[in-house]
Ligand binder design. Structure first.
Ligand code: F0G
Length: 526
């Protein structure tokens, strides 16, 4: 929207100009279920089918009447909303439901996870980064204690003439001085090298094309270079691994391997040995990679990721911010591929479309109780969003999980139609990805298109936005591009998607495919 006549624009100046340029600069005035409304020049309310649904945060659509009624009642009852540092049993009520679901859905899971609440998805991810670092620091402290004890034993053995200091491949020792001097020289140099390593931050593991948020630490787990690279100096680095090459994961992790130096007295000789250093902080995984164009993890990848974490000893953090809360036909998308996490994150739909809420869950075996006070926020765990979360969970679990079955059925129906479009237009559509109501249609690359405007839009990464603009302008359907090249269109509506909505969607996509096939670049530009 433009500013009031003559007024200065202080917010979204660049963003709004850009939205206008691709035909997405519409201000919506009302929202209900899967429909957004705007008012046109004639004062008429125009409905728009919303396939974006708050980036997948509306499993029950915009303003579900039961959620709205629940919210109104909560406000009428004057429930305490912000009362930090008091007993807030709603936090435990939510965690109890989540643990029961984990117990039901996750194979080998015992459903014993401690909950820490947050305000956004990215904050929940950062909470996990912090907790994983606490765990890592505890492991390092144990290791350095042992190394300190071994150094002391070596000192005593050398002082008593029971041991001599051997040459070693790590640290070259001077020829001068006695055994005690040589040992002190060795310990000082080993200590310096160890201290350098210990002072460094962890390396995190994530999958290529991952999206885990845009805060200081979480943006380093989000591969998109435009968002990540300007801020690499602010946080720990990430090694991105290929989800489609699980067999290569162990080797990639092996490359990161590094050791602390320790000394042992063996048969009257002080020798230097390497001790594996816990350099890896955690492995972050989306069971369905949303920003990567709705790519579900394979079972083989899930198995290998679990094996890597077990071998390294780092927590496996399953980011269900996008895929969780029932969207894929199960509460946890990871349950489809048997992925068991040490930590979980949830956000988006837990807010019921009207509140901001997020939670990180930590397996009890790993949870450090002091963390309950080490991370907090004025707004987190508030009574209002907690009350909404409990309502959403109740709605999801009602009728023996009817909502999950509907999500799966509606998703299958939509996917079927997308697949038919893909097979009718193999020249312009690459593939359909996703599961449940987390789907994407991937168009073929158009950077070598015959049409110049198409080529140009594709080269600048704008083609997907122009497709979204056209679908909005001509079909009154809101979609957005997704995927590293922006070549896919994302579909993540609520469970109330109707057959008529699906038919309209098919019609719009066939139109887009026909335009691409005909290389009618002019029609794609507003
Ligand atoms: N993790 C995942 C898997 C996400 O999809 C997102 C957000 C976040 C973390 C960050 O959550 O926005 O509440 O801070 N995904 C949005 C998307 C932006 O495009 O689907 P946030």
């Amino acid at each position: 929207m433009s500013s009031p006549a003559g007024g200065s624009v202080f917010a979204d100046r660049v963003l709004n100009d850009w939205l206008n340029s691709v035909g997405l600069g519409i201000e919506y005035s009302r929202a209900e279920a899967n429909t957004l409304y705007f008012v046109d020049e004639d004062g008429e309310e125009v409905p728009v089918l919303d396939h974006v649904c708050g980036f997948g945060s509306l499993i029950f659509g915009h303003h579900h009447p039961d959620i709205t009624a629940h919210a109104k009642a909560a406000l009428d009852q004057q429930i305490p909303v912000y009362v930090p540092l008091s007993r807030q049993s709603h936090a435990n009520d939510i965690a109890a439901v989540l643990n029961a679901i984990l117990r039901r859905e996750i194979p080998g899971g015992d459903g014993d996870y401690a909950a820490i609440f947050a305000n956004s998805g990215a904050e929940a991810v950062e909470i996990c980064v912090k907790h994983a670092e606490l765990e890592r620091r505890a492991r390092i402290a144990k290791l350095t204690e042992e190394i300190g004890r071994n150094a002391q034993e070596a000192r005593e053995a050398v002082a008593a003439g029971r041991a001599t200091v051997a040459e070693n491949p790590y640290i070259q020792l001077g020829r001068e001085g006695g055994e005690t001097e040589r040992l002190e020289q060795l310990l000082a140099e080993a200590g310096r090298r160890n201290a350098d390593l210990i002072a460094k931050g962890p390396v995190h593991l994530a999958l290529e094309n991952a999206f885990h948020g845009k805060l200081v630490a979480s943006v380093q787990l989000t591969q998109n270079p435009h968002w990540r690279l300007p801020f690499t100096s602010l946080a720990s680095s990430t090694r991105f691994l290929r989800a489609d090459r699980p067999e290569a994961m162990k080797a990639a992790v092996e490359e990161l391997r590094t050791s602390l130096l320790d000394v042992l007295v063996d048969d009257g000789v002080v020798t230097v040995v390497e001790r594996d250093f816990p350099v890896i902080g955690a492995f972050f995984v989306e069971p369905v990679q949303g920003a990567n164009g709705m790519r579900p993890l394979t079972e083989a990848a899930a198995r290998e990721i679990r094996a890597v974490c077990d071998a390294v000893g780092c927590p496996l953090i399953v980011d269900e911010i996008h895929s969780g809360m029932g969207r894929t036909g199960a509460f946890f998308a990871g349950s489809h591929m048997g992925l068991r996490g040490d930590y979980y994150t949830l956000a988006k739909s837990i807010g019921g479309g009207i509140a901001k809420n997020a939670v990180a869950l930590f397996h009890r075996d790993r949870f450090r109780p002091e963390f309950e006070v080490m991370h907090s926020s004025t707004f987190a765990k508030d009574g209002f969003s907690a009350s909404i979360a409990l309502k959403v969970l109740e709605m999801l679990e009602a009728d023996d999980g009817r909502a999950y079955r509907v999500a799966a059925e509606r998703g299958d129906r939509l996917k079927e139609v997308l697949t038919t479009v893909a097979s009718d237009f193999p020249d312009v559509v690459d593939a359909v990805h996703g599961i449940g109501l987390m789907l994407a249609l991937e168009f073929k690359d158009q950077t070598r298109a015959a049409s110049e405007p198409l080529r140009e839009k594709a080269a600048s990464g704008m083609l997907g936005y122009c497709v979204a603009g056209l679908v909005l302008r001509e079909h009154r359907i809101r979609v957005l591009p997704v995927g590293p090249a922006g070549n896919s269109v994302r579909f993540e509506p609520s469970i109330y998607l109707t057959d008529a909505d699906i038919a309209r969607t098919e019609n719009a996509l066939r139109d887009v495919c026909t335009i691409l096939r005909a290389q009618d670049g002019d029609r794609l530009t507003p």
